[in-house]
Design a protein around this ligand. Structure first.
Ligand code: GRF
Length: 190
């Protein structure tokens, strides 16, 4: 059995989609949801779907005991789904090539520190891009620099706003993120 911990900072619509996708899965399950925000809506989604969830603070996150606890709990893979903090070295060392993130743009474009959520889509529109999309990638010490597992794109047209681009990107995320996680886990199970 492979046990995923999802880390999310906000609404958690991707987290919910991933939880639902793996609900009846034979070998992969979402074991817990972790968030750095006590009022994140992802907590309500997790409760509704009967997935254990807890809130952590910066001190807990930066301490190696955070990784040790995940390992004790049997977590094998970590999924960042709208998670905004830089992942500490101890977590990367505890889960080498076992942490995946989704970025709502076609990296290396519109990536890096400060490029998250609506800011990404505003920048895409302001730059007059003709397309944007998603990048699902492994996580290393630097923001948005790990190996790409998948990119998928959508068009950006003249009438698009940051909100309409966000909606298109979310659709791509819902379509591709769970399946990419599944393929990644299955391929790396050795
Ligand atoms: C997604 O667009 C994700 O790519 C980005 O943050 C957003 C999170 O949305 N990193 P949600 O919380 O899953 O609804």
């Amino acid at each position: 059995m492979y046990n995923i911990a999802i880390l999310a900072s906000g609404s958690g619509s991707n987290a919910e989609n991933i939880i639902r996708y793996f609900k009846e899965h034979a070998t992969i399950r979402v074991a817990e949801v972790l968030t750095n925000k006590s009022d994140a809506y992802v907590l309500e989604r997790a409760a509704k779907l009967h997935v254990p969830a807890r809130v952590f603070n910066k001190e807990e996150f930066t301490s190696p005991s955070f990784s040790e606890r995940l390992i004790r709990e049997g977590i094998t893979h970590v999924v960042l789904a709208g998670f905004l903090w830089l992942v500490p070295q101890h977590l990367i060392a505890a889960f080498p090539d076992r942490i995946v993130n989704i970025h709502p743009a076609l990296l290396p474009k519109f990536g890096g520190k400060g490029m998250y959520g609506g800011k990404v889509h505003e920048s895409v529109v302001a730059a007059g891009e003709k397309e944007t999309g998603i990048t699902i990638h492994l996580v290393n010490e630097e923001y948005d620099k790990g190996i790409h597992l998948l990119q998928a794109s959508c068009t950006v047209v003249a009438d698009d706003t940051a909100d309409t681009v966000a909606a298109k990107v979310h659709d791509l995320e819902y379509e591709h993120f769970p399946r990419t996680i599944e393929n990644w886990i299955i391929q790396t199970q050795s």
